[in-house]
Design a protein around this ligand. Structure first.
Ligand SMILES: NC(=O)NCCC[C@H](N)C(=O)O
Length: 410
């Protein structure tokens, strides 16, 4: 693979390169007892989930988008033994393993995989206690936790490639995740951008570091134009993280001038800003009807060296977008066409979470047929993907993809 630079200055510019994760056996390690902790509401059927995911990837390929997979890139980093050792140490360290002895046993077990790709698949899949030969229940935690089958938890959310890091301009926000279960995902991004031969010599500034203490997640970050970024203050993203992000990006020579921090309800149905609001064309957005407003938002602009200029406003979403994007007649397309029953049902399966592959051209889930019809009536070209199983993880086409390169808008 050639050397790669990042380039994302909009939500809708023609997509050139996207990063995905094809769901693997980690999905088959979800059990009803673990669903809450692992942030799933149901258990997808892996065979069909993979077929759906392959259809998703083929939509990209058929439209000239290069598809990269997290699992390939991280496996390719493992050819350097020093990097592999550091990665394993960091990974095991963050997997909440309680004793030094167990840490060593797990590392030995993983090093027995001679094929790096198989080792990575195993790390994502999770490791059961019985797979480790000399594993003994010696600590109080082990004895109390004896019904928990895993010594390393599976990572079923990795297919939501949107969240652990986000591309903005030429750089990335390497996120600190709200939940322990998702934080290990950001290690994959850290190693890929630092050590993979396609990225390590490129200029990729970090707008946020995973070592920070406040959470910010990629689903909350929307690049609305080369001047305007929207970030949700949400269940997953704290205001302090937005301030740190803003200071870093405004210090750089990037073109962004304003960050709009949207205060959205802190509840699962509004998990991230992109759960309730995505851009589909220059002047069109899909939205969950409950976010229309009046909304409280904070506009953040560059002040002096150390200070930001922050102003609080309360407005309707439409007016906010017209004012800050400088576009007249913004059209908000309501999930479920505004009907309470359809809106509730289709929102539950990410009807507002579309992914634009070009202006006015989006990928959507087949099951959200009421919203899809109204999108078409508004002149949007749809690429419809099957969606019975992937949707059970509570994320749609935008959540499942991280653009690395988009063409700039004219
Ligand atoms: N951007 C997104 O809304 N991503 C969806 C993440 C779903 C995942 N099960 C989670 O709860 O984090």
């Amino acid at each position: 693979m050639d050397r790669k630079s990042m380039n994302v200055y909009s939500e809708i510019g023609k997509l050139k390169t996207v990063l995905l994760h094809r769901p693997g056996k980690e999905i088959e390690n979800l059990t009803p007892d673990l669903m809450g902790r692992l942030l799933f509401d149901d258990i997808p059927y892996l065979k069909v989930a993979r077929e759906e995911h392959d259809s998703f990837a083929n939509i990209f390929r058929n439209n000239g988008v290069e598809v990269l997979y997290v699992e390939d890139l991280i496996s390719e980093c493992m050819t350097d033994n020093e990097v592999k050792n550091m990665f394993l140490d960091d990974f095991i360290n963050e997997a909440n393993v309680q004793s030094q002895k167990k840490i060593e046993l797990i590392k030995e077990y993983l090093l027995e995989f001679h094929d790096n790709r198989q080792m990575i698949d195993k790390m994502i899949e999770g490791i059961r206690k019985e797979e480790i030969k000399d594993y003994k229940k010696t600590s109080l935690i082990d004895i109390i936790d004896c019904d928990h089958p895993f010594i390393i938890d599976p990572m079923p959310n990795l297919y939501f490639a949107r969240d652990p890091f986000a591309t903005i301009g030429k750089g990335i926000s390497l996120n600190k995740m709200k939940t322990v279960t998702r934080n290990r995902e950001t290690l994959f991004a850290k190693y890929i951008f630092k050590y993979h031969h396609a990225f390590r010599d490129s200029y990729i500034p970090l707008w946020y570091k995973r070592e920070e203490s406040c959470p910010i997640e990629g689903g909350d970050i929307l690049v609305l134009s080369d001047k305007l970024i929207a970030i949700g203050i949400s269940e997953r993203t704290d205001p302090l993280a937005i301030e740190i992000f803003a200071k870093n990006i405004f210090k750089s020579d990037e073109s962004f001038e304003t960050i709009l921090a949207f205060d959205i309800p802190k509840k699962r149905a509004f998990m991230h800003l992109d759960t309730v609001f995505t851009m589909v064309d220059y002047d069109k957005f899909t939205i969950h009807p409950e976010i229309e407003g009046p909304l409280t938002l904070y506009s953040i602009r560059k002040g002096s060296e150390k200070e930001l200029i922050i102003e609080k406003e309360t407005m309707q979403l439409e007016q906010i977008l017209e004012k800050y994007l400088e576009v007249e007649n913004i059209k908000l397309i309501r999930c479920g066409n505004g009907d309470t029953v359809h809106a509730g049902r289709e929102q539950w399966n990410d009807g507002s979470n579309t992914l634009a592959i070009a202006p006015g051209e989006v990928i959507v889930y087949s099951r959200n047929h009421v919203t899809n019809k109204i999108l078409e009536e508004n002149g949007i070209k749809l690429h419809i993907m099957p969606s019975s199983e992937l949707s059970r993880g509570r994320g749609g086409p935008r959540c499942m993809s991280m653009p690395l390169v988009r063409e700039n808008l004219k």
